[in-house]
Design a protein around this ligand. Structure first.
Ligand code: G6P
Length: 593
């Protein structure tokens, strides 16, 4: 949550370079944004509420700048609360990602020493504390880094912060929990919240570890242990993503671009993930109690995993959403295996319980993660990289189907039927391709035309399709703001059916499996109460008012069934005038509790 981007080097257009970097990070938060530069020995700040869009900065030329795009936590969405924040003297600017949990106490302390606060944020306290630390240390070359270390040691919570000092051309940043990546480019050094924002400049990066501080100047980068103040060797990696993968290309929105990338990603999972699937399958088999955890869309993939492992590998894997997992960890033993699913590898509700169980109890962790070098990637004992490429839209689409593809393959590998799993994935990729043809997309457009003015929708599935109904509902509600709820088909008569009125859209997932008879009965019951039944199924049925045909992909049906819902969510967003890539109130990477 919140995006940080910074530059120091030989270019003199640092402010616009930073603004461009922030645009690439905006999916992390888009309530407001701001940029600070150092020019003629002064720190100048420009900030405003809203998305960046086509905004330009009118700042003097400078070779050092940083910026921030905000997802508000403390203090409303106002210009004043936008970052960067400055100290009383205007010498320093600070940007921050995370929550300073003890900010009230620190604020009281700073006010008692005469500091004047201009915002309601927790961040501003950092600027004032730094101001005090720096007082009287003129001419001391270590003053800035020592002050940052000292203030950082007083902050409670998961925080990444960066400081720009009018008296230094170095940027100093430090982190605990929230991510920071350093990029080494030809024109200078960069620091960002996410490696994908660095791609236009460099693929050579260092992911900062928790408790590390970085000092970046036009001459280079040094990394330090914030607690001891000792210099540490920086681990330099090469990213395997290319800049074009982050661009929109011919597409109007990232959402539709990323939906359309899925056939290629599922196909490549079938071919490239065989060894990982075998290894992960063995780890599950050898563990005593395995758990899938994830949040949001990743949780829906994890729940699907529970069904897949049950039916394909006849193996029970527990499932829990990341934010609740910490309250159920009493079941864990030293032989347990926790498999975390996360696109970003930064979701706090996954990272926090995992770090704790690893640190305190040495529990083994495996990860299905998209971002190389992310916090989860570094924490896990074994990683399967999703290979989905950068996912920029706040809605997770291709990372979801990539996770499902790996889960299908792993369950088949565990049952000694890897080849069967690979063939199934290749078939699923073909079926998705079919759904993306012009003719099939037109059908979803027609459906969106019919239902886009409705306020409520219900989606049902049984067995493997139950998580599909949850995921479809999530896609629709997060981008169209239509109230959409997914349910297990059998739960219908236990309450939900009371909400169905004449014309209420009800999406029914009816694959050709053991759930078909019962789910079609459920569809009939909804129809009898006036529901407008949309059937996602290989076969037509009398129960459907509108049939969305999908290929019959057996155990891989959740992969294929995800796509009509993604397309429908997109078409509904277009018709309702919402932003398909940056829906209100959301952020792609949830790094605060
Ligand atoms: C946020 C995003 C979702 C995503 C979830 C988990 O809520 O908006 O799209 O599914 O976080 O993110 P992760 O990076 O852990 O998969």
């Amino acid at each position: 949550m919140c995006g940080i981007f910074a530059y120091t080097g030989g270019r003199t257009d640092a402010a616009s370079l930073v603004l461009d970097g922030l645009r690439r990070l905006e999916y992390r938060g888009y309530d407001s944004w701001g940029v600070a530069v150092r020019s003629d020995g002064r720190v100048l700040v420009e900030k405003q509420v809203g998305k960046i869009g086509d905004a330009r900065v009118s700042m003097p030329s400078s070779t050092v700048a940083f910026g921030h795009t905000r997802w508000a936590t403390h203090g409303g969405v106002t210009d004043k609360n936008a970052h960067p924040h400055t100290d009383c003297s205007g010498r320093l600017a600070v940007i921050h990602n995370g929550i300073v949990e003890n900010h009230s106490e620190l604020r009281r302390e700073a006010i008692s020493r005469g500091h004047v606060f201009r915002s309601e944020t927790d961040t501003e306290v950092i600027a004032h504390l730094l101001e005090d630390e720096l007082a009287g240390r003129n001419g001391d070359p270590r003053a800035l880094t020592d002050s940052v270390r000292s203030v950082f040691s007083r902050l409670v919570g998961m925080n990444a912060l960066m400081v720009l000092d009018s008296r230094s051309d170095a940027l100093v940043a430090v982190k605990q929990g929230s991510p920071l990546v350093v990029g080494y480019g030809e024109a200078g050094q960069y620091i960002a919240s996410d490696a994908s924002a660095l791609l236009p400049h460099t693929r050579t990066v260092t992911f900062l570890a928790d408790g590390q501080m970085v000092v970046a100047s036009p001459d280079g980068v040094s990394v330090w242990d914030a607690a001891s103040g000792k210099r540490v060797e920086q681990e330099v990696m090469e990213l395997d993503w290319c800049p074009e993968q982050s661009e929109l290309g011919e597409y109007p929105h990232y959402l539709i671009k990323e939906i359309c990338e899925q056939p290629r990603i599922v196909r490549s999972a079938a071919l490239a993930q065989a060894a990982s699937a075998e290894r992960l399958g063995r780890m599950v088999r050898e563990s005593f109690g395995a758990f899938f955890i994830g949040c949001g869309t990743a949780a829906n993939a994890a729940l699907t995993g529970q069904y897949l492992f049950s039916r394909i590998a006849r193996h029970h894997v527990n499932f829990e959403v990341g934010s609740e997992f910490g309250y159920l960890e009493h079941f864990l033993t030293p032989e347990s295996l926790v498999i975390a699913l996360s696109q970003s590898g930064e979701t706090i509700d996954v990272i926090e319980p995992l770090s704790r169980i690893k640190r305190e109890r040495g529990i083994q962790v495996a990860a299905l993660v998209n971002v190389l070098g992310s916090t989860l990637y570094r924490l896990a004992d074994y990683n399967v990289l999703l290979g989905a490429g950068p996912e920029k839209c706040v809605l997770a689409t291709k990372s979801y189907t990539a996770k499902l593809a790996i889960l299908v393959l792993t369950a088949y590998a565990m049952d000694g039927r890897l080849k069967e799993g690979q063939d199934l994935l290749l078939r699923a990729a073909d079926c998705i391709e079919e759904l993306l043809t012009r003719e099939r997309r037109r059908q979803i457009e027609e459906l969106a035309d019919v239902i886009h003015e409705r306020d409520h929708m219900f989606l049902i599935g049984r067995g493997l399709s139950y998580p599909s109904s949850l995921e479809a509902a999530l896609k629709i509600k997060e981008v169209s703001y239509i109230h959409a709820e997914g349910f297990a088909g059998g739960e219908l008569k236990h309450g939900v059916i009371a909400l169905v009125e004449r014309g209420t859209p009800c999406v029914v997932f009816a694959p050709s499996d053991e759930t078909k008879g019962a789910i079609l009965s459920g569809a009939m019951e909804l129809r009898a109460r006036g529901g407008f039944i949309v059937g996602v199924s290989p076969e037509p049925s009398d129960a459907f008012d509108f049939h969305v045909p999908v290929g019959d992909c057996g155990d891989a049906s959740p992969i294929v069934n995800a796509v009509p819902a993604q397309l429908l969510a997109y078409e509904l967003a277009l018709r309702r005038g919402t932003d398909p890539d940056k829906p209100r109130n959301l952020a792609k990477s949830v790094t605060v509790k």
